[in-house]
Design a protein around this ligand. Structure first.
Ligand SMILES: NC(=O)c1ccc[n+]([C@@H]2O[C@H](COP(=O)([O-])OP(=O)(O)OC[C@H]3O[C@@H](n4cnc5c(N)ncnc54)[C@H](OP(=O)(O)O)[C@@H]3O)[C@@H](O)[C@H]2O)c1
Length: 288
């Protein structure tokens, strides 16, 4: 089988490429930056690179030629819906591969999570395309806790608008491994896979865990969503990314990210990585 991985220099997608190659699969990648892809995969052979804009019909036709299964993902960005729809349209015009789309557990048109609303639009487009497809819906990536690292290193605290909401963080490495398993196994196709990590934490609980790991007191400072928005805009973050961060808090408070499932463990055949393991591995990032 030939696999196409889109936005293959991303965090999840690059791991997917590695797992597919380790399993001996033929992998083509679609990227906007050829040099970045060449550098990211310099230690791997057998990776075919197609580069160009994700809304360029000629680039997409080249990318999809002869592809059996594609991993559809792009990093969160304001243009994500339009670009993923363009990729789906190109797949439908080409050899009609099976599409495994990286979505979100909080996907719905009225989701508190900004990317959840984007994924709902893309999933609708995928449904009407008539392409056979599979949906991967992970909870928030544990990496998101690194957004607190600079503030923790400087002030032993970070602020947010989710004092009580739980998040069942999932490790990106586990998502990549599980996604590659799904891509390669047709019996797992045509389904929606809801994935979480093994535990759900509130932010104050994550602060307590960090305190234990770092050996100094770390505090989570609750603020309102409006205060959080003003602080992010004041720090120079663009409006769309500000709304993304605020929505991560409001979605957590709304309970949209808290469900712990065992589906990832069953698929991987082992315990998924924990938040404690991740924070321990990345402890130096929380220290000056
Ligand atoms: N973060 C989470 O907690 C989480 C949880 C569940 C689901 N998800 C979903 O997972 C997906 C991946 O999200 P992520 O934030 O983690 O992404 P990421 O792994 O950081 O991926 C970034 C990739 O997207 C590419 N990219 C970004 N904007 C692009 C554009 N305009 N045109 C072409 N390529 C573009 C980047 O290319 P360059 O390398 O060239 O910059 C890179 O290859 C998203 O759909 C997100 O909603 C995320």
């Amino acid at each position: 089988m030939t696999f196409l991985v889109t936005a293959a220099t991303g965090r999840t997608s690059s791991g997917v490429v590695r797992h597919l190659r380790a399993a001996g699969e033929d992998v083509r990648v679609l990227v906007r930056n050829r040099e970045k892809a060449q550098s990211a995969f310099s230690d791997l052979d057998g990776i075919e690179i197609v580069d160009g804009a994700f809304d360029d019909g000629a680039v997409l036709a080249k990318a999809f030629n002869g592809v059996d299964v594609t991993f559809l993902t792009i990093g969160g960005n304001p243009d994500q819906v339009r670009l993923e729809k363009a990729i789906i349209d190109a797949a439908a015009k080409a050899d009609r591969p099976h599409v495994v789309k990286l979505s979100s557990i909080a996907t719905s048109h009225d989701s508190a999570l900004l990317p959840g609303r984007q994924h709902a639009e893309i999933e609708d487009h995928l449904a009407v395309s008539g392409l056979s497809h599979t949906l991967l819906r992970p909870v928030s990536f544990t990496d998101n806790l690194l957004y607190a690292a600079e503030s923790v290193a400087a002030h032993n605290s970070w602020a947010g608008a989710a004092p009580t909401g739980r998040v069942a963080y999932i490790d990106i490495r586990d998502v990549s491994e599980a996604a590659a398993l799904v891509l390669r196994d047709p019996t797992l196709h045509g389904k929606t896979h809801d994935w979480s990590g093994p535990d759900a934490y509130t932010f104050p609980e994550a602060a307590a865990l960090l305190s234990k790991i770092l050996g100094r007191e770390i505090r989570y400072v609750p603020v309102s969503a409006d205060e959080r928005r003003s602080a992010l805009l004041g720090a120079g973050l663009a409006k769309w990314y500000t709304e993304l961060f605020v929505s991560l808090d409001t979605a957590a408070e709304a309970g949209a990210l808290q469900a712990v499932t065992t589906t990832l463990k069953e698929l991987l055949g082992r315990e998924p990585r924990t938040v404690e393991e991740f924070l321990t591995e990345n402890a130096t990032q929380f220290t000056k």
